[in-house]
Design a protein around this ligand. Structure first.
Ligand code: 13P
Length: 253
């Protein structure tokens, strides 16, 4: 495996799946089956499960918990939302921001996502920033322009210190939940492009340490080949993270 251990992350995004009872069993099952991971493993869980899953990962080396969203305001009359302070107090380590499903169904754009990134960092929560192009963009071969703009809008005004806390997840929208995976070379090309952008904006030290994860139909059958690419540091896994055996296999890939 070519990825340096400090960059290696396998994160599960459970999305709106699992009850609290099911989620606790899933996290425990993964920890039992995958054991002590190389690098980090993150469970991205529904908000109602954050406290419980944090208790579970607190006893396991290398395991962390992520929220799937966070509001940008400090507090106030935002019914149904969760603030960075709430997540931090609950012991949440990471927050997934900018997922394509939130861009699509909740109208989130990179300027809002940028605000959320800053707020999370202010509270010591590490953002997992998701970017990625839709199918028509890929077919027109404009993916670098589109992903480049996403990265620029969301991340370019961060300080070096702030950027060193950010994880990037490249998730081509056409590969999410479709069973269609980017080829290892397509993933590598985009990850290398993103790392060059980070290097140009923040310097090679930050770029060499930033974790860039691939997301989109990662499965036990393709994880090893994807993660074997030089700039693919691990994965953000949806469907296959909902089964302890398959997620453990991906962690071990
Ligand atoms: P799938 O692994 O189900 O394609 O989902 C990927 C994803 O959206 C992770 O955030």
């Amino acid at each position: 495996m070519s990825t340096p251990t400090n960059r290696r992350i396998v994160a599960g995004n459970w999305k709106m799946n699992t009850t609290p009872t099911e989620g606790a069993a899933l996290a425990q099952g993964v920890i039992e089956q995958a054991g002590s991971p190389s690098g980090k493993v993150i469970f991205g869980v529904p908000a109602i499960q954050l406290v419980k899953i944090k208790e579970i990962v607190a006893g396991a080396n290398g395991y962390f918990v992520a929220a799937q969203n966070m509001h940008e305001a400090d507090k106030g009359a935002y019914t149904g939302e969760h603030s960075a302070a709430m997540l931090a107090d609950a012991g949440v380590d990471y927050v997934i921001l900018g997922h394509s499903e939130r861009r699509e169904y909740n109208g989130e754009d990179d300027s809002l996502i940028h605000e959320k990134i800053i707020k999370a960092l202010d509270h010591g929560i590490m953002p997992i920033y998701c970017c990625g192009e839709k199918l028509d963009i890929r077919e027109a071969n404009n993916q670098e322009m589109v992903v480049g703009k996403q990265i620029e809008r969301a991340l370019s005004s961060l300080s070096e210190e702030q950027m060193s806390k950010v994880v990037i997840a490249y998730e081509p929208v056409w590969a999410i939940g479709t069973g269609k995976t980017a080829s290892p070379q397509q993933a590598q090309d985009m990850h290398a492009f993103i790392r060059r952008m980070i290097s140009d904006a923040f310097g090679s030290g930050v770029a060499e340490n930033v974790s860039i994860l691939y997301g989109g139909s990662v499965k036990p059958a393709n994880a090893e080949e994807l993660f074997g690419m030089a700039d693919v540091d691990g994965g953000l896994v949806g469907g296959a993270s909902l089964d302890a055996e398959s997620f453990a296999a991906i962690i071990k890939a």
